[in-house]
Design a protein around this ligand. Structure first.
Ligand code: SGN
Ligand code: CA
Length: 519
């Protein structure tokens, strides 16, 4: 009798150890959109998002945590994705820019470590790292940037074109994989949306969603870039550099079905069927006709372009938000949400007209910042706000930490698990962030730069031109007043330069990475 009891107790404690172990091994769903600005996620509270809310993405924040000071290491797609996968800065993972050099898939990555620890791993959607994915048991990726309508999907076996809208297809394939995965294994699933990437083509049902909404013009829309050389020399201005056909869906005249300038027709209208094209032009006709029949000044045209850009950009996000809603519903209906950590982010931030811009790349807040929302029932309290400085190199270590898997020493990021679990930033947490953008010469002509950010200040060094910029984010949140070299800033400049050097040494930046030119 006694013996039996003991065995029973032992079995029970073994069970509870197992339960703890299972608890330590959450499933992970990583939702990564492309170019999704925090200004366009209503949980972040920006006035733009108030007019185009994202109720489903916000669900993740209200079920869990919103990270308010999360940043990327290099604000461009491939490099950010490589940092997410490796937990390392660009100079360590080797993917410096969206140049033609493939990601070295033989290196250590988050999915590989999870796989080695018994996880089933899957990737669906945008990949953009040139080499084939490694570390995923199942993958189905878009070709390069992918197309909005009727896109190709590449698998280990073949390339197949699917009929439909890219965001909806990615959601469908993701749900299908969830239904067919190995039920007895924990899983790591990446759902990587194309939207809201350029050229911002909404789902047909949303072509006209925001046509009557007037979005607030950013205070810096007509920025003169005074005192900021690189800002003055970029090519990402909405009213100067956007392609009127490709980006703004403008046509040649009243009732025209011919787009104005579109350098890549094969990647836009070219993938739509004839009927889809017809419905596309019909949906924009009234607005395009009004443009041609209303006299406008140059300034009014610049403002009209801003509205058209935002209407389309935000309309593509509506389908992303629906996708997140469908996934959350599925997890709740199946009870999977109990043991699944869900994370929503984007490869970088984006300009929604600030400084007159679209695109990213600069170390200024809008593109340096990355949205980050996380839920994990029983571990992250609903409504948690995280203020500490976090970065995409931290994602891999954080997720490994949540899974109870040892974080390899050579990962450069830190686990921010404690920040999300307590809502507090521990004393020893980092006080500064390192940033490095390489892609110059390149698309949009943003000069290569590196820099350091603290809670209040930011120092940027455009090393090709040997130009420095210094901002006091507290007094100048729009970063228009370059304080570098101004009287009274000597000490803070000295401190920030020292900190930049310290970070470069800590992260082992090779010396020639501060030389201009393609690496
Ligand atoms: C494309 C875009 C650019 C964009 C890059 C990188 N042009 O080339 O505007 O900066 O991608 O974006 S497009 O008209 O072809 O869309 S990234 O998010 O993949 O890094
Ligand atoms: Ca991107």
């Amino acid at each position: 009798m006694k013996r039996n009891l003991t065995i029973g107790a032992m079995a029970l404690s073994a069970l509870s150890v197992m339960a703890q172990q299972t608890e330590k091994r959450p499933n992970i769903i990583f939702i990564l959109s492309d170019d999704h600005a925090t200004q366009a996620i209503s949980a972040y509270g920006h006035p733009i998002s108030a007019l185009a809310p994202t109720p489903n993405i916000d669900r993740i924040a209200s079920n869990g945590a919103i990270l308010r000071n999360n940043y990327c290491a290099n604000s461009i797609s491939g490099p950010s994705r490589a940092s997410i996968l490796t937990g390392k800065h660009s100079h360590k993972n080797g993917f410096l820019a969206n140049w033609n050099r493939a990601f070295d898939g033989s290196q250590q990555t988050l999915p590989k470590i999870l796989q080695a620890n018994g996880y089933e791993t899957a990737l669906i959607g945008k990949w953009h790292l040139i080499s084939k994915p490694t570390g995923f048991d199942h993958w189905m990726i878009l070709n390069d940037q992918g197309d909005y309508y009727n896109p190709d999907f590449i698998t280990e076996r073949d390339t197949v074109q699917y009929a439909g809208y890219v965001t909806d297809l990615i959601t469908t394939f993701t749900k299908q994989w969830l239904q067919t995965r190995e039920e007895d294994q924990p899983f790591f699933l990446m759902m990587n949306h194309k939207a809201p990437h350029r050229n911002w083509v909404p789902a047909e049902r949303y072509y006209r969603l925001y046509e009557d909404v007037t979005f607030p013009l950013p205070a810096t829309y007509f920025d003169d870039y005074e005192g900021r050389f690189a800002a003055a020399h970029q090519e990402m201005n909405i009213y100067r550099d956007m392609y009127e056909g490709h980006d703004l869906k403008m046509v040649t005249g009243v009732d025209s079905d011919t787009l104005l300038y579109d350098p890549w027709p094969h990647a836009f209208l070219g993938t739509m069927t004839a009927d889809e094209q017809k419905r596309f032009f019909a949906a924009y006709r009234e607005r395009n006709n009004a443009f041609h029949t209303t006299p406008m000044t140059e300034k009014e045209i610049a403002e009209w372009k801003y509205q058209r850009y935002l209407q389309d950009y935000l309309a593509t996000i509506r389908a992303v938000d629906e996708s997140v809603g469908q996934l959350l519903d599925y997890l709740e209906e199946t009870g999977l949400d109990e043991n699944t950590l869900i994370i929503y982010s984007s490869d970088q931030g984006f300009y929604l007209g600030e400084h007159g811009w679209f695109d990213k790349r600069f170390m200024y807040e809008e593109s340096f910042g990355m949205p980050l929302l996380m839920q994990y029932k029983g571990h992250i309290k609903p409504g948690t706000q995280v203020e500490g400085l976090t970065q995409n190199i931290d994602f891999a270590p954080t997720l490994l930490d949540f899974c109870g898997i040892a974080i390899p020493d050579d990962m450069q990021g830190e686990s921010f698990r404690e920040l999300t679990e307590t809502g507090r930033t521990p004393d020893g947490w980092r006080k500064s962030l390192y940033y490095h953008y390489y892609e110059y010469p390149g698309f949009h002509s943003v000069r290569a730069h590196c820099g350091v950010k603290t809670e209040r200040y930011k120092l940027i060094y455009f090393y090709g031109e040997q130009i420095w910029e210094l901002y006091d984010l507290q007094n100048d949140p729009h970063e228009i007043d370059n304080l570098y070299g101004k009287r009274g800033t000597e000490q803070i400049t000295r401190e920030l330069k020292q900190e930049l050097k310290r970070l470069q040494a800590q992260y082992e930046l090779p010396e020639d990475h501060l030389q201009p030119g393609k690496k």
